[in-house]
Write a protein that binds this ligand. Sequence first.
Ligand code: NAP
Length: 373
Amino acid sequence: MTTQTALITGASRGLGLALARELARRGWTLLIDARGAEALAAARSELAGETRVIALAGDVTDAAHRDGLAAAARELGGLDAVINNASTLGVSPLPALLDYPIAALEAVFRANVIAPLALLQAVRDQLKPGARIINVTSDAGVEAYPGWGGYGASKAALEQLSNVLAAERPDLRVYWVDPGDMRTQMHQEAYPGEDISDRPPPEESAPGLVALLSGALPSGRYQARALPSRPAPDEASGVRETRVALTVADFDRALAFYRDGLGLPTVTDWSSGETGRSVVLAAGRATIELLDEADAAYTDDVEAGERVAGPVRLALEVENVARASERLRAHGAEAPRGPVHTSWGTLTQRLRAPDGMQLSLYQPDPDAKGEEA
Ligand SMILES: NC(=O)c1ccc[n+]([C@@H]2O[C@H](COP(=O)([O-])OP(=O)(O)OC[C@H]3O[C@@H](n4cnc5c(N)ncnc54)[C@H](OP(=O)(O)O)[C@@H]3O)[C@@H](O)[C@H]2O)c1
């Protein structure tokens, strides 16, 4: 598996740190920054327990700092993702537009609009093919909240900049994302002296960003908390996902077979890796069936007419066995015999995939249902 690398700006606290923690747990290599060196060093040493991290203290509005980030990105072998998260609220308490000090407004635009684009320009040669860019924006960029004009206008500019970049670079995935209200230092600055404890923590928005970084959603505007995140772990076992990892001799053929033949959506794509290639495909609910040798032999006998499966066989419930097996045969599957009505109430088609894997495609037996009715 190839390690993925992300540059996250403003990762010493708030949303940036919550995202860095999520990615570290998944083994991403991280390049992070923030101006405050002490908080950044604390974040780095926490994250370094999980993954490789380079932390560079500096201000994203500073060209020399951005060049330093680009050099570090080169050292890491390139970037799979850039998350422009660092941002400034501007003057607090939030002034009305006609009272907004212009020098302060310019500083807001430098941090929230110019710096994210300048950073992308600085690292453009370090972006790996198909790299993802997340520009963190805000609902203040699209709604008219009194007092939020300076910050909101800068986020609106960042949104349109992202929109045009997505059109100019269809080879990248460009996301502009509203994380929703979060209980962070920036939010507290917007509401000085007020109790913001009812706002959700940034940990509730970070999984949406992970979904964008690991899924296959098209470029566009997203709301982080509306994105499907990873399922909660099963309460009893703590297991979140069961993944069957198949080592295949012909990767492209297997990809065509499982992804295109079965129509399985890609969850994570590591297929351009330098150390090897892999993809993760969504394949419905995962379960583990344990069966003894006698039951395995009986199942093989019913479905295939002889004992053929090794220690692992994939059993996939599909909508329509005939259609699914036709598609898989077009991708090189071989069928020992036609579909069978099993004694356990399924219509099952056994197939042998080009990689040798035994597949049972099954659906509830339509004839058995007819008899019941
Ligand atoms: N909190 C909300 O309710 C909310 C709502 C909508 C959108 N957002 C957006 O969500 C993102 C994250 O915000 P947050 O609430 O997590 O903010 P936060 O808790 O204040 O964290 C901001 C992070 O960015 C860093 N940073 C700020 N200015 C920087 C600069 N010029 N150069 C480098 N690093 C800088 C900060 O560290 P230093 O200060 O040490 O540099 C810190 O690590 C921002 O883009 C924000 O606009 C937040």
